[in-house]
Design a protein. Structure first.
Length: 486
């Protein structure tokens, strides 16, 4: 049912003000009209200053928007509380599941959790498996982009990734932990199917779309200033999920890896159910055409967007930082396995939580104090500078890890003793602070600067540079440095 139009506000006839995206012969006319409208509409009082075509008359979703193809959408004044909070919860439990498995896979594959039932892999093989899995997870977002932008739309694509790939993959990985459940010998084929295909493919499909779907809950003209805060909250949810998953799963795995690996399956199932319950609250955009073919004639670029190839070139700048970031689930874990547990219970997998804590701390400090202080002075750090700062911090993290490696060997040669795993904390803190500058900026640029019909594809391009390419490079580095793993 189409809502009854609200009474015409006092500015309904103001020239140049419009929530209808109608392209004229000059794209600048569209930009000028949009610039005259507020971009932070979040209260009932602000509705009085809007033209009639921006209003729906719906009490729950009073803001109206007509896109380039004539599709009408209605938006809440408080999308964060109305619908986005559910999407953020889905991202939180997805990251809980992903990092809970990711942080413990190296230890699981090498037999650290069960000496009698495991894949019996050497450190370099286990690290390569984990890197391949992550590379697949950050390449399959292109599948998610195709499904979302061209075939199913964002909402159904999230369900496809979660129910068709992610949950079956988690379930299969968990089954491999049960002795003789899938055969008399450890079923490496089942593990490969779950670890290298189903689980990472589901991760990639969901991850490429969920952040875009959340951002689309905000009015594309009247609430654009809220999107930056959304991405800060989105990245905080990523790290809350990573923190909880990185604590709970490794601790349980030390006692019972089967229980530990079935927990993410149950938690993500709950998240998908809650996501489905919020269905009526979401703004669900229809696919806007072929992913790589001709686009609709009305979808012409404006000065506010940049070509996808430019986004790809910008995203390439984040690779150096993410090479350092990828070491947390691989070489840092290998290094931590030969170190003394902190306080008797903090093992190599648990140390990854120092990164999540670092992100939460520096995210608060930088987002609440540092950036606003610069803004008051009229200073805005360019995206490329943020990438450079992140890469520098990542390089310092690797340098510290090398110093720790030197200390491990020196201490063992002198006393035959292990050093505390807490020495690794500095590397994790440096990477966590680098994420605030580099990774969160990459997410925001991919959404805000991309054409409206290619949001999921831009997200996939960004994720490809964040996770896939860096991990391919890491695999080559592992084999080039094979002697160092012995």
């Amino acid at each position: 049912m189409v809502p009854t139009p609200a009474p015409s506000p006092k500015h309904s006839n103001s020239p140049g003000l419009s929530c209808n995206i109608v392209r004229s012969s000059s794209s600048s006319q569209f930009s000028e009209a949009s610039d005259e409208l507020p971009n932070n509409v979040g209260s009932v009082d602000q509705l009085d200053i809007l033209p009639e075509e921006c209003l729906s008359g719906d009490k729950d979703r009073p803001l109206r928007h007509v896109d380039e193809l004539g599709e009408v959408s209605y938006y809440s004044l408080q999308p964060m509380l109305y619908s986005v909070v559910i999407i953020l919860f889905v991202e939180l439990v997805e990251r809980f599941s992903f990092y809970g498995i990711n942080y413990t896979q190296t230890s699981y594959l090498t037999g650290a959790y069960n000496r009698n039932w495991n894949a019996d892999m050497e450190a370099v093989s286990a690290s390569s498996y984990v890197s391949i899995s992550v590379a697949v997870a950050y390449t399959t977002p292109f599948i998610g982009a195709f499904l979302a932008d061209s075939l199913l739309g964002d909402y159904l694509t999230i369900f496809t990734g979660a129910l068709g790939f992610y949950l079956p993959g988690l379930f299969l990985i968990a089954l491999t932990t049960i002795p003789r459940m899938l055969g008399d010998k450890f079923n490496l084929h089942a593990l490969k199917l779950g670890l290298l295909l189903l689980w990472p493919a589901g991760t990639g499909i969901v991850k490429s779309v969920v952040n875009v779907f959340g951002a689309k809950q905000f009015h594309p003209i009247l609430q654009t200033s809220m999107i930056e805060s959304y991405y800060v909250n989105f990245y905080m949810c990523i790290n809350i999920g990573a923190l909880v998953g990185g604590i709970v799963i490794p601790l349980i795995a030390q006692h019972n890896v089967t229980v530990a690996y079935f927990l993410p399956t149950c938690v993500l199932t709950l998240g998908v159910m809650i996501f489905a319950m919020g269905s009526t609250r979401y703004v669900k955009s229809k696919p806007k055409g072929s992913l790589f073919g001709k686009k609709h004639k009305s979808l012409q670029p404006t000065g506010d967007t940049i070509p996808l190839f430019v986004i790809f070139r910008i995203s390439l700048l984040i690779i150096p930082f993410n090479i350092a970031y990828s070491q947390m689930a691989t070489t840092f874990i290998v290094q931590g396995t030969v170190m003394e547990k902190g306080f008797g219970w903090i093992d190599a997998a648990c140390m990854n939580n120092a990164d999540a804590l670092s992100v939460l701390f520096f995210g608060r400090v930088i987002g609440t104090h540092f950036y606003p202080a610069l803004a008051k002075r009229g200073i805005k750090i360019p995206t490329t500078y943020k990438f450079a700062i992140g890469s520098t911090l990542g390089a310092l993290a690797i340098a510290w890890a090398l110093l720790v490696e030197y200390r491990i060997h020196k201490e063992y040669e002198a006393t035959k003793e292990k050093i505390s795993i807490l020495w690794q904390a500095v590397s994790y803190v440096l990477i966590g602070s680098g994420e605030i500058f580099a990774v969160s900026a990459a997410y925001e640029v991919a959404f805000t600067a991309s054409p409206p019909e290619k949001k999921a594809l831009a997200s996939a391009i960004n994720l490809f540079c964040v996770g896939s390419l860096p991990n391919v490079i890491c695999i080559m580095l592992y084999h080039a440095c094979l002697r160092e793993f012995v």
